[in-house]
Design a protein. Structure first.
Lengths: 206, 206, 206
C-alpha cells in the first residue's frame, strides 16, 4: 500500500471514530452512528476531490473506505460507554485524524501537479472540512472555531511544511513531516495551551 | 414519463412543500419561501449528481423542477395558515418526500451501473441530504437526527431492499418496493414509535 | 481587466471583509480570520462553478483571489477594533458584496450560454451562498433569512433585471444594472425598511 493510500485509510478510520463519538453524544441509533461516521470520514476528502475535479471520488472506486467507516461506527456504538470522558477521546482522536488528513490532501494535490498555494489549501480543506461538517450537522460549536486553540493554524502550518519539504526531500518523508508538524501544533495547543494571539475588540471608549 | 422521472418530480414537489413549511415557521417572504423550497427540493439530488459526476445536474437540463418547487412554495405561502398543525404536516410530507427520493437516488445510480454499495449510499444521500440542508440552514435540529426515530435507517433499509430486489425482479417494481419499505419504516416510527436501540451511555460509576 | 473579472475580484474582496468581521465577532486568531474570509469569499462562486461544471474553479487557476481574501482578513484583524459598530459594517459590506456577486454569477452563466432560468439561479447562488456558509459555520442566524428584509429577493430581482437587459443592451451595462438593482433593493431594505409581505400564520381560532 502506498503512503498516500495509508494516509487516506487512516484519516477515514480516525475521523469515523470521531463522528461516531459525536453520534454517541447525540444518542443516535446504529445507522445514525454510521451516517455521521461516514459524513465525517469522507466529507473533507470528497470536497477536495470535487474541487480538484478528481473522478471518481476517492471512496467511490473502492468500497473499503465506507466499510472501514461503518466498522468504526460499530466499534464506538458498543464501546463508547466504557471510556471515562468521551469528549477528551473526541478531542484527541480528532487531532490524530487532522494530522493524517492534512498530508492526505497535500499528497493528492501534489500528485495532480497543483501549484503550491492550491496544495496548501487542499491540505487545509481535507483536514478541516470533514470535522466541520460533523459539528455543523449535529449543531455543536465546530472544533475548528474553538477560541484560542490552534486548529486551522495547525493544518496550515503542517501543509506549508509539507509543500516546502516536498521540493527538498522525497515525497514520503515530506508527508510524514507534514503530519508531524500538524499533530505537534494541535497537541501542543491541547496540552500546553499554545495559541496565536486572538482578535480582541478594544473595550468601548465610554 | 418514466418511473424514474416521476420519482424525481414527486421528490422535488414534496420536498419543496416541506421546505416552504419550514420557511413559514421562520416567517420569511415569498422569495424566501421559494429559496428554501428549491434548496430542499434539489439539494439531495444535486449532491448525488455531483458525487456521480452526472452532467448537467438533473434540474439544469429541465426548468420544470425549479418551476414545480416554486409552485409548491407559492401554494404553501397562501395556504399554510389553514392547517391546524404545520409541524405534523411537515413530518408527514417529509416522510413521503423521503420515500420517493430514496428510490430516485437508487434508480439514478443503478442506471449508471454503480456497484451495490454506491447505489445504497446514493439512495441515502438523495433521500436525506436535502432535508438536512433545509434544517441546518434555518437552524433547526435536523429531522434526520431526531433521537429514537427511524430516518436514515428507513432510507438505508429501503435502498437495500431496492438494490437486492433489482437483481431479482424488474427495475420498476424494485423501485416501488424501495419506496414502500422506506415509507413503511418511517411511518411506523412516527405512528407506532418503531425504533432501533439507541446508544445509551452507562451511568457514571460513582 | 474585463468587467466580469472585476466583479469576481470585488465580490471576493468584499465578502472576505465580511467573513473576517464575523471572525472578529467570534474572536478567532489570524488564521481563523483567513479561513472564514476565504470560505465566504469563494463559497458562492465555488458552488456556482461546481453546478455549472466549470473547470478549474475560478480561484484555482489564479492565486490572486485567495491572496486578496487573505489580505482582507489581515486588514480586518488589525483594524476592526477601530470601528464603532462592527455589525453595521458587516451589514453594509455584505450588501455591497451581494451587489457585485450577483452580476458575477449572472455574467458567468451568460458566458456559458445557459438558459435564462439557470442564469437567474446562478446569480442568486453566487450572491447568497457564500454569506450563508459563513453564517452557518459560525452558528449565527443567516443574514439571508433575516425576517422582513429583502435579501434573496434583492438578489433575485437584480439577477432578473440583468437577464432581461442582457437581451436588450450590451452585456456590460446589463451587469451594472443588475448590480444597481440588487444593491438598491438591499440598501432600501436596510435604510427604509422596504420589504415584501412576510408569511403570518393566522392566529389560532380559539
Amino acid at each position: 500500500m502506498s503512503l498516500l493510500s495509508f494516509l487516506d485509510y487512516a484519516s477515514v478510520a480516525i475521523f469515523a471514530l470521531t463522528g461516531a463519538l459525536v453520534a454517541s453524544r447525540a444518542q443516535l441509533d446504529i445507522v445514525g452512528f454510521a451516517f455521521i461516521a461516514c459524513l465525517t470520514a469522507v466529507g473533507g476528502g470528497t470536497l477536495r476531490d470535487v474541487m480538484l475535479d478528481r473522478n471518481p471520488l476517492f471512496w467511490m472506486g473502492n468500497p473499503n473506505y465506507i466499510l472501514i467507516a461503518c466498522a468504526a461506527a460499530l466499534l464506538i456504538f458498543f464501546t463508547a460507554h466504557l471510556v471515562e470522558s468521551r469528549y477528551r477521546w473526541l478531542l484527541w482522536l480528532d487531532s490524530f485524524a487532522l494530522a493524517v488528513a492534512v498530508p492526505a490532501g497535500v499528497g493528492a494535490a501534489i500528485q495532480m501537479h497543483q501549484p503550491a498555494l492550491i496544495v496548501v489549501l487542499m491540505g487545509v480543506v481535507t483536514g478541516c472540512m470533514g470535522g466541520l461538517m460533523r459539528d455543523v450537522v449535529v449543531g455543536e460549536v465546530p472544533l475548528v472555531l474553538r477560541q484560542g486553540e490552534l486548529y486551522v493554524s495547525a493544518a496550515f502550518a503542517g501543509a506549508l511544511a509539507g509543500v516546502i519539504l516536498s521540493t527538498l526531500i522525497a515525497p514520503g518523508p515530506a508527508l510524514l513531516a507534514c503530519a508531524g508538524v500538524t499533530w505537534a501544533m494541535r497537541a501542543g495547543s491541547l496540552l500546553f495551551g499554545w495559541r496565536l494571539p486572538v482578535y480582541k475588540a478594544r473595550p468601548p471608549k465610554n
